[in-house]
Design a protein around this ligand. Sequence first.
Ligand code: ZN
Length: 287
Amino acid sequence: MPELPEVEIVRQSLNKKIKGKIIQKVLIKNRNLRFKIQSKFEQLIIKKKIKRVDRFSKYLILFFEDYTGCIIHLGMSGTIHLLRKYKKNSITNTSFYNSPLLPEKHNHIEISFEKFKLIYNDPRRFGYFLYIKNKDELKKKFSHFGPEPFSDSFNIKYISKYFKKKEKNIKNFLLDQKFVSGIGNIYASEILFLSKINPLKKGKNITLNECKKIIFNSKLVLIRAIKKGGSSIRDFKNISGNRGSFQKDFKVYQKENLKCPNFNCPGIIIKKFISNRSSFFCNICQK
Ligand SMILES: [Zn+2]
């Protein structure tokens, strides 16, 4: 599943390519994504000029010049491909996703610009496209989400207040989008490892110092991952077809039975299912 860093990389690539461009044609081959695509979606976005591509948490937002927009969620397996027209078989074009890499099946949405096409591919169809008619509607859509780790509102006061008297464990807090937006399962394990906190530690037992570490390491892990081009375990690739390399930097994720990477720690990385999600942590230095 693409997580925040992967979505941010798609955003940066898309923003570079489609900012200022006008949508010429919209073709929907399958409306049955996670939510059925609005019946007038094609008419609503055609001829619109892209003001910029934004992101909140794991959601991409295309902003049009008339202050309407389109939310795109990649779900479990959604990818966005940019294809140059009439150059379908060319492998010389390095700045776009080349056709040999575009799957033949599951290309549900095609949005054409003057010189290229944006294609949405999603085998599992958990992603979606949603037209938004104004800023209020957008705000409402994200009103039940907690702040992003990069936001100033994700601060010590907010976190410590949230954890007070809570029995829920820290791993589940980090995955709870009402508490913080955009930290997925992979990054939660990495953040807790760097913070030396056991994923099963209850909210009420998290110290102020640990809150500080969580804030610091949440930003650190996500920024590092964005710089490295996202992680590409499973099927994520960025828009120029390059694979991200952050998975090489994982300290604990999918490292079960290996020695703890912390110098002088004799611990072993163990894997445990917490609320049905795999968690990886050191049995000694994470307390
Ligand atoms: Zn350790």
